[in-house]
Design a protein around this ligand. Structure first.
Ligand code: XMP
Ligand code: MG
Length: 180
């Protein structure tokens, strides 16, 4: 049976997610008056957040998709990032917003940001649905943050448990493993 929340400390309902996405969309609109922001979805985890966010933004936008995968696999990122799918469109002189599902250690996004900065956008901002600041190894400024969460493994709304549960309309969590 799917669509059942877990027992962990982080529980964010579908309604709470959707309300927060509307607030972030208003902030993005206000920050991009007179521009056409270019939103980049970091696959796979960001896809539901990205789809809802772009539809909430009431101004013209363009979109592109990037897929990064950290070497080693597992639930922990190593900081060594491989680009599995590169951008389709140039970002030079564009107002770019990178859209992520979660910033954990920050290593993945830190790599992606330097990669994107090298392509000379006019501005480069970050939207992330979730952030686990207690796990951070590198400083990341999240311009549009959905929710700050404690250190628990979360899944749903794009985030997976062994590739499953990305289709849950809410975010839920497992009990902390205790060794972190
Ligand atoms: P870093 O540590 O580089 O990692 O900021 C970001 C990536 O790690 C994955 N991640 C998670 N995935 N539940 C997940 O389903 C989690 O609680 C979690 N924490 C980190 C995710 O792929 C993210 O993009
Ligand atoms: Mg991810």
């Amino acid at each position: 049976m799917t669509h059942q929340p877990g027992q962990g400390p982080v529980q964010i309902t579908a309604e709470e997610i959707q309300a927060r996405i509307q607030e972030l969309a208003r902030k993005i609109e206000a920050d991009h008056v007179g521009s056409v922001p270019h939103l980049i979805c970091v696959l796979n985890g960001a896809f539901p957040f990205f789809a809802d966010l772009v539809r909430a933004i009431q101004m013209p936008v363009t979109v592109d998709f990037l897929q990064a995968s950290s070497y080693g696999g597992g639930q922990e990122s190593t900081g060594e990032v491989k680009l599995v799918k590169d951008l389709q469109f140039p970002i030079k002189d564009r107002d770019v917003i990178v859209v992520e599902d979660i910033v954990d250690t920050g290593l993945t996004l830190s790599y992606l940001m330097s990669y994107l900065e090298g392509r000379h956008p006019s501005s480069l901002r970050i939207a992330s649905l979730l952030s686990k600041p207690s796990r951070r190894k590198v400083e990341i400024t999240i311009d549009y943050l959905g929710f700050t969460i404690p250190n628990a493994y979360v899944y749903g709304f794009g985030l997976d448990r062994a590739q499953l549960d990305r289709n849950l309309p809410f975010i839920t969590s497992e009990e902390p493993s205790g060794d972190e």
